[in-house]
Design a protein around this ligand. Structure first.
Ligand code: GUN
Length: 280
């Protein structure tokens, strides 16, 4: 069996078009501010894509660039200014930050009502408790992909590989909230291949190129590859051995063009949600 492709590029574009239509009906433009510190090459690309997508959909989007050498106190002051600015609905501080800045301190300085990354402990805690709040964009995008594929989540055996605060943990919480039976695997887990083979839904978010082998995939499983790894030749590749997995899976996301575009679309969705919640 050859898996069907879960086309995040097309699905994300549809989601953004729907958001643009809704924004055109509003009496205000939702405000997004993305803060980038320094010139990490991947961050330069990501932040540009976020800003462009936001502007295209009709958001009031601005990027705030700070030098690599900015003091932590100065960055915190920028965040506080954005918290206090009524035109700003969503704040995102792009990671990674330079080594002299404590990222946790910065994430905790963002007003939870404007935390469109969903990284503030208040939002992470609300998600863990099964309460509504702003949800991290990447796992939220995965849930959209699963819905588009018509995957039945209730009672499904889902395996999440990776336990990061940004993807793995919130991913497991969202799948659990949708009544899946969730197993989390991580670097200390035993029998990882066997556990993966039991998955009807397999989400790989470890950041290791090709770690998930084709024969770890159950026939007909839905495989979602969150990994974006750069090979020595410059090509991007996921955490899953795509070619071999595709021959067994029922659905599979490509890298690039799977989860990545959904992350940006969900950032815009979160910004609209935050704006509507704040402005009534
Ligand atoms: N760096 C890589 N991905 C992300 C993300 O989703 N949000 C932020 N803030 N930084 C990132």
């Amino acid at each position: 069996m050859m898996a069907r492709l879960l086309d995040g590029k097309a699905i994300g574009a549809r989601l953004r078009a729907g958001l643009a239509e809704r924004i055109a009906t509003l009496s205000f433009r939702p405000g997004l501010r993305v803060v980038r510190v320094g010139d990490d090459p991947a961050s330069v690309v990501y932040v540009r894509s976020k800003d462009r997508a936001a502007k295209e959909a009709g958001y009031d989007s601005e990027t705030i660039l700070l030098p690599e050498t900015v003091a932590e106190s100065e960055l915190l002051a920028v965040v506080r200014r954005l918290n206090a600015d009524p035109a700003v609905d969503g704040i995102l501080v792009q990671l990674p930050l330079p080594k002299h800045i404590d990222p946790q301190k910065v994430l905790e300085a963002v007003d939870p009502a404007k935390d469109v990354d969903g990284f503030h402990p208040v939002n992470a805690g609300r998600l863990a408790a099964g309460l509504p709040g702003l949800v991290p964009c990447t796992p939220k995008g995965v849930m959209h992909l699963l819905a588009e594929a018509g995957v039945k989540l209730s009672g499904a055996r889902a395996v999440v590989l990776g336990r990061s605060a940004i993807v793995g943990r919130p991913m497991a919480a969202l799948l659990l909230a949708a009544d899946a039976t969730v197993t989390m695997l991580h670097s200390r887990s035993r029998d990882i291949a066997e556990e993966c083979r039991r998955a009807e839904i397999l989400v790989a978010a470890v950041g290791r190129a090709g770690m998930v082998k084709g024969d770890w995939v159950a026939p007909g499983a839905v495989v979602v590859d969150v990994g974006i790894n750069r090979l020595p030749d410059g090509k991007l590749t996921g955490d899953v051995e795509f070619g071999a997995a595709r021959e067994r899976a029922g659905w599979i996301t490509p890298v690039p063009g799977g989860v990545g575009p959904m992350t940006i679309a969900c950032l815009l969705e979160n910004t609209l949600e935050a704006a509507l919640a704040r402005r009534g």
